[in-house]
Ligand binder design. Sequence first.
Ligand SMILES: Nc1ncnc2c1ncn2[C@@H]1O[C@H](COP(=O)(O)OP(=O)(O)OP(=O)(O)O)[C@@H](O)[C@H]1O
Ligand SMILES: [Mg+2]
Length: 317
Amino acid sequence: MISPTASGAPALRVHDLRKTYDNGVQALKGVSLEVAPGDFFALLGPNGAGKSTLIGIVSSLVNLSQGEVQVFGTDLVSERSATMRLLGLVPQEINFNLFEKPFDILVNYAGFYGLPRAEAEVRAEQELRRAHLWDKAQMMSRTLSGGMKRRLMIARAMMTRPRLLILDEPTAGVDIEIRRDMWKTLQEINAAGTTIILTTHYLEEAEQLCRNLAIINHGRIVEQGPMRGLLAKLDVEGFMLDVEGELPAALPAIDGARLVAVDAHTLDLDMPRAMDLNRVFDTLGTAGIRVRSMRTKSNRLEELFVRLTGNLETPAA
Ligand SMILES: Nc1ncnc2c1ncn2[C@@H]1O[C@H](COP(=O)(O)OP(=O)(O)OP(=O)(O)O)[C@@H](O)[C@H]1O
Ligand SMILES: [Mg+2]
């Protein structure tokens, strides 16, 4: 089912993508990104950032207002069905018939895509085995656990052998054991050559799974690049300083560091890990600021996320 594609083309290329819904909401305000073939890519962002809109457009569930989307070099607008054949989608909500059996769900799904029944049955067994659901193949899907239902959704999407698998918050609301189990499944699929893009609120998930990521907020990409580069950027330490008396109106500038007054007695300091704290204290002292106590700010990835998205809502842990 793999169709010829432009060689060397990215698995996904999105250029200046915009979406305004009928009610006037501008969900995407010019999003551009590229995902390399074979990548494991995370699209991270808070509620309402535009993640599902982006995924909806790429998988042809939502019409774009403006911009370009190509999947392995195939243009979404001019070659919609060819594009769709390259994609597998795992939606956030469980959307199979609970009164069907896993085996039938997979075979029927492949049927929609024109796969001959005999071939579909062979693949259904392969996918159910990979999803560790073969022993449940003939049970009513309703009786599967939450984690099994989610694995079934992935198995179903894999029936067409997509080159790009897209998952919208695959682990939202599932417990840690199921999440780890799904991570393993996804890593196996990726290792076998399928490019994966997932959206998530869970920073830990992106850190565990993904090589590259984009952070989206209010319909715009606010950060994009390798996970490793992002973690290096996090080589910044954050401290809260309690000072004696009241802070002066103007704070001293400290080269390479960021100093912000939280209130009249508290400073928020971000500085590179390598920076000498004595220098900071000297500068503060010269400005007549005496530090009484200090404490480290919490989790680096969460900190960065909050900083980038300017969102005080802490992402779910
Ligand atoms: N069908 C729709 N009609 C009108 N507005 C919509 C529609 N779908 C989404 N929106 C709006 O578009 C914006 C982006 O929503 P979207 O669902 O893409 O966000 P998201 O990043 O997936 O959020 P979440 O993490 O909560 O799933 C929001 O303001 C949302 O209210
Ligand atoms: Mg969403």
